[in-house]
Ligand binder design. Sequence first.
Ligand SMILES: [Zn+2]
Length: 341
Amino acid sequence: MPERLKVCIDRVLPSDRMRFHPTVRRGGTVRAIIPIGKLWMNGSTLRVRFIGGTAAQRATAREQALWWTQHANLNFVFNDAPDAEIRVAFDSNDGAWSYVGTDNRGIAFDQPTMNLGFLDGGTAGHEFGHAIGLAHEHQNPAGGIEWNEATVIRDLSGPPNHWDEATIRHNVLNKYRADQIRGTAFDPDSIMLYFFPGSWVKSGVGTHANEVLSAVDKAYVASAQAYPKTAPTVVDAVALKVNATRRTSASIGKPGEEDLYKFNVASGGTHIVDTRGPTDIVMKLFGPNSHTSVIAEDDDSGVDTNALIRADLIPGEYFVQVRHYNRARGTGSYTVKVRRP
Ligand SMILES: [Zn+2]
């Protein structure tokens, strides 16, 4: 095993782990980079708390996190807030890993959401890529990687990883199902692609370690499918009125695009937010009085491919993120409404 083989774990919550399927898709235009529904709202400010670490380690983490915000419409604030969205530990015995995107808010505040057990090259940049919602590029179904499974399992079962087979399948061998992700062609220069040796793949051609953002990484996080600087942000969210007489009309123009809404709950109780129309979208509800605290997410609970969230809400301000689910269809007009049943 080469000494530099330090493989990252992108930690996924159990409900999502069940959705992974080892589907191989060839020659497609879809790319595994963002698992559906893990993106923060455009324009979000994510607070970062460091748990331990030397001044030099913290400086490296901070510097590489900011690689992303030069291109993505997100802000990182390194204020060590107790309830920071991103909580970074530096445990040298725990490898490098991170939860993905909004899943970070599902983790108890006294736990780290990221570990930087080593900081070689662009490791912190890679892990902060997960924190903003990016997945592993080598799990891209458009990449067409055919693994030598026995070799991969043998190498990663041993030191320094000591992973069990399920972990190896999750982190390396399994690919995201093509309809769960969005993107373009496989990017061999992506920082989200990890180094692996030629012996791991049938082609015998391994990858090089990518230690800076690729041109595609930069363009992608700045695109309509991720965090465009030219698009409305959470600050510009369209106001919805609870129990409005008319449904609010909107449209999704480009695949992957998002629309943002907000509403006020004056008196607590059950609320239902839903979309209607031919669009295929995923919806997330954030709040109260927070644009990063995820209350619920939904894909297809509404009519056809529409989303519906039913939640008990206390008084406060709430945000709704409506994202196009990337398939060939499902852009166009839709309506949204929040009501009390
Ligand atoms: Zn990773």
